[in-house]
Design a protein around this ligand. Structure first.
Ligand code: SF4
Length: 431
């Protein structure tokens, strides 16, 4: 379901690194989902589940939820990649069979990929066919660049992350009305220019621009003197180590209205490599925030509290309110300048999914993902706001034998709950 704000249709766009994450993104409120096309997106590992055949199935699932499906093909290919890319697109065209199984849009960065796409799938970019969306990787930072891509058939810009809100507004005012603006609002960001980065190539030969980034900007660095191998001299920013290159995570949940006013109509969550729990938690929080922005309701700290329960680095507002730096003061949490991302904060642990519930007995059937035991306090939540706090009581295995703890990943257990729960609810616990 899309909502309308400031004369625009607003869209919550979620990542899907595999089929399970796709399903939870849809269940927890995404209007649209993006996933990688084979080895041709910038998350090659996350995309491995989406072969051409998988893509058609994923698209159909999205459509059955009334949601849109966007296929990411945003690598910068070298000539050696072209044949495989063309084959992938041919397989997609023949597997899809009908237009209903084709993605609603293809996300590209490279003009060559765009050309191949139009050649292999002639309806792409035409009226009634799948749209072309330009990846943030293409680094569009001005209205002339936007208009250039419009002339190539692009109908949505995924804005470079280095743009401020006034710059976005300026672009919005200078481009055709039928060109939509999409912006990343939550998740990891690169310290390099919208991902145009060679750190990973240089340090371990994995090409970030062909979907293989090993994220060396997140590593903890030390100093080593050439003649004393193995002796590391700490260069400490603080007691936790040195993360000179690690950017904070982006979090714009408090500022949805500002983005709408600047002309952004699609709100994108980063994280195809993150867990299904992460996707569900972040999607539900932004679902509420976008709904409230639509109705003109005020910011609710509950949304941010929900985001804090999913793993994250310190949050910031990126470049939206100006160039971030040490003195940057626009962030939501305490003193999180752009380059102080540091390590992940994981305050909560994902324990399992509800597979079924028997109202007569009060037992929930649960697929276990993390250990929990009777006497512990857990939280159960679904797509709706809030959660239920439960003290774990009786716990049984699949044969209804009492057990002391649920402790094996994918184990099926029965958990007595005082309140009704729903299939696909999730269970978590504060660490
Ligand atoms: S190394 Fe870091 S900054 Fe560079 S592309 Fe990878 S995630 Fe982005």
């Amino acid at each position: 379901m899309c909502v309308t704000g400031a004369g625009m249709t607003l869209e919550l766009l979620a990542p899907a690194g595999d089929a399970e994450k796709l399903r939870f993104a849809l269940l927890y409120g995404a209007d649209a989902v993006y996933f990688g096309g084979g080895a041709f997106s910038l998350r090659a590992a996350a995309a491995s589940a989406f072969s051409a055949a998988d893509t058609a199935g994923a698209v159909r699932l999205c459509h059955s939820f009334g949601a849109k499906a966007y296929l990411t093909l945003n690598i910068y290919p070298h000539d050696e990649d072209i044949e495989a890319l063309t084959e992938y697109l041919r397989a997609l065209a023949s597997t899809a069979g009908d237009a209903a199984a084709l993605p609603d849009a293809f996300i590209v960065s490279d003009p060559g990929v765009l050309g191949i796409l139009k050649e292999v799938l002639p309806g792409v970019g035409m009226a009634g066919g799948p749209e072309i969306h330009l990846s943030t990787q293409a680094n569009v930072t001005s209205a002339p660049a936007a208009r250039f891509w419009y002339a190539q058939g692009v109908r949505r810009l995924i804005l470079a992350r280095e743009l401020s809100l006034p710059e976005i507004k300026k672009i919005r005012d200078a481009i055709p009305e039928d060109m939509a603006l999409e912006a990343f609002v939550h998740g990891a960001i690169c310290m390099a220019y919208s991902g145009r980065c060679l750190l990973s190539n240089y340090l371990n030969g994995r090409d970030a621009n062909r979907g293989e980034c090993s994220q060396p900007c997140r590593w903890n660095y030390a100093l080593e003197e050439a003649k004393r191998p193995g002796e590391y001299f700490p260069v400490e920013e603080d007691g936790r180590g040195t993360y000179l290159l690690s950017a904070n995570d982006l979090c714009m949940i408090e500022h949805i209205s500002d983005l709408v006013q600047a002309g952004v109509s699609s709100f994108k969550i980063e994280g195809r490599m993150k867990s299904a729990y992460y996707v569900a938690s972040v999607v539900r929080a932004y679902r509420w925030a976008i709904g409230a922005a639509q109705k003109g309701e005020p910011y609710d700290p509950l949304w941010f509290a929900e985001l804090e329960k999913a793993s994250h680095r310190r949050f910031s507002t990126g470049f939206f309110y100006g160039v971030p730096g040490k003195d940057h003061t626009e962030e939501i949490t305490e003193a999180p300048a752009y380059g102080e991302g540091m390590e992940y904060i994981r305050g909560y642990e994902f324990l399992g999914n509800v597979l079924g519930y028997d109202a007569d007995s009060g037992f929930a059937r649960v697929e276990v993902r993390g250990k929990f035991s009777p006497g512990e306090t857990i939280e159960i939540f679904g797509p709706a706001p809030g959660f239920t706090e439960v003290t774990v009581g009786e716990l049984y295995d699949e044969e209804m034998q009492p057990i002391d703890s649920a402790n094996r990943a994918m184990q099926i257990v029965y958990l007595k709950t005082p309140n009704p729960v729903q299939v696909n609810d999730m269970i978590r616990r504060a660490k």
